[in-house]
Design a protein around this ligand. Structure first.
Ligand SMILES: Nc1nc2c(c(=O)[nH]1)N[C@H]1C(S)=C(S)[C@@H](COP(=O)(O)O)O[C@H]1N2
Ligand SMILES: [Mo]
Length: 313
């Protein structure tokens, strides 16, 4: 691993509205406009109230071409801000990612509330370039900055009854207008088995393209589990609980016949309403074959040995 600075982003990859400050902030008067045109991309390693420490290149990164910052921040699923792909970029400016804290408890010896600064110091931050495969059939390659979830879990010392980990998104209809509608049962909840949560590929992401996470991607901290469909990668987390029973995630609660607990990317098990055999990489025209466990089979298949993956979808 080598120390390095946030990557220089090609100006063509980043439009003023793609910078972490949202368009409305920029457009507040002529002063905002002048600032927007003067600010070099490299200056954007901080967001209001958040500065990312130095990070390292991870050995777990894919060498595939990355999607652009513009693509990753303008085509999102974040139902708290609307159900269309463009809604989060448009609406997530009302989310306030600072101050922020994450409460970690349940079946642990040392329950604790972590503020954002202490989360950023739990382990050396790494850039992890991962494929993200959405259950809807599209995919992207995203350079996250994050830390292993295991680093946080070790701090709180899970007990032997901590067999699963439950994650919860912020509940705030004032900041998240989508929570005033009933598209899902709020707050958004997800879960992992303890071995999945402790797996070195599972990260808490705090950044994207070397900068703090934009609101639409789940600021200030979100889960990324690259071998599972995208909806497992819950955004804007405020609570993590170790539990004995398998948690019910929001999508499973909403449509249990379509979204199971495991939700491992699997080209051989179709969604009841569509095939999962292929995917469209955002920015590409033709489709690609979807890979077992989203291409991470070598690292994760052993966790599911002997399990019927049609039954445990
Ligand atoms: N709280 C919350 N987390 C969420 C979602 C959501 O609607 N709410 N959408 C999920 C889905 S379906 C996907 S594909 C990914 C998208 O992450 P991205 O927008 O950063 O690419 O976020 C996941 N995390
Ligand atoms: Mo998704």
């Amino acid at each position: 691993m080598s120390v390095y600075r946030p990557p220089r982003i090609d100006p063509s990859e980043i439009t003023p509205e793609g910078v972490y400050l949202n368009r409305r902030d920029w457009m507040q008067g002529a002063a905002g406009l002048a600032l927007a045109s003067l600010l070099p991309a490299e200056a954007a390693a901080t967001a209001p109230g958040i500065t990312l420490p130095t990070f390292y290149k991870s050995r777990y990164s894919t060498a595939e071409d990355k999607n652009s910052y513009e693509q990753i921040t303008s085509y999102n699923n974040f139902y708290e801000f609307g159900t269309d792909k463009g809604d989060p970029a448009e609406n997530a400016h009302t989310l306030r990612p600072t101050p922020w804290s994450v409460e970690v408890g349940g079946e642990v010896a040392k329950p604790r509330r972590f503020d954002l600064d202490s989360l950023l110091k739990l382990a050396p931050l790494e850039e992890r370039i991962y494929r993200l495969r959405c259950v809807e059939g599209w995919s992207m390659v995203i350079p996250w900055v994050g830390l292993p979830l295991a680093a946080l879990l070790k701090q709180v010392e899970p007990t032997s009854r901590g067999k699963f980990v439950e994650f919860t998104t912020l509940q705030s209809p004032e900041q998240m207008p989508g929570q005033r509608t009933r598209v899902l049962d709020w707050p958004y909840v997800e879960g992992l088995r303890i071995d999945e949560a402790m797996h070195p590929l599972t990260i808490l992401a705090v950044g994207l393209y070397g900068r703090p996470l934009p609101n639409q991607n789940g600021a200030p901290i979100r889960l990324v589990v690259p071998w599972k469909y995208g909806f497992k990668s819950i955004k804007s987390i405020v609570r993590i609980r170790l539990v004995e029973q398998q948690p019910t995630s929001s999508w499973t609660r909403s449509i249990p016949s379509e979204y199971g607990f495991y939700s491992n990317v699997n080209p051989e098990v179709d969604h009841p309403r569509w095939s999962q055999a292929t995917e469209r990489r955002i920015g590409e025209f033709s489709k690609r074959k979807t890979l077992m466990f989203n291409g991470y089979a070598e690292e994760v298949a052993a966790m599911y040995k002997g399990m019927d993956l049609r039954r445990y979808y």
